[in-house]
Write a new protein. Structure first.
Length: 110
């Protein structure tokens, strides 16, 4: 029978992984959009198209703090579970959770 604590760790680990990916993708999308806008401006494109692309950029930039907050919360939840379940330290899912926590630190605000 599978330990329900392991199941919880696996689920929370997946949440942190997904939120890290989301944040990275929104950051990347925002950078790409900035480059696209600069290219449009340098080519002298229609002002309407530039404004629309700037709106898309603003939407991406608005999602970054949202992802950041959700990632912070999920990180804290997983971290508290990992801290309280140290007796599972030999389990591969526990070790994966610890690794994900280490990886997530770089995406968290200072």
């Amino acid at each position: 029978m599978t330990d329900p604590r392991i199941k919880t760790i696996k689920i929370k680990t997946g949440v942190v992984k997904r939120l890290m990916k989301d944040k990275v993708m929104y950051d990347k999308e925002a950078r790409q959009q900035e480059v696209k806008i600069e290219t449009l401006k340098s080519k002298g494109e229609d002002e309407y198209n530039i404004r629309k692309q700037e709106e898309v950029l603003q939407e991406s930039l608005m999602m970054v703090p949202n992802c950041q907050r959700r990632l912070q919360k999920a990180y804290e939840e997983l971290n508290s579970i990992v801290e309280s379940e140290k007796d599972l330290a030999e389990d591969p899912d526990y070790l994966a959770a610890v690794k994900v926590l280490e990886d997530a630190k770089s995406e968290l605000p200072e």
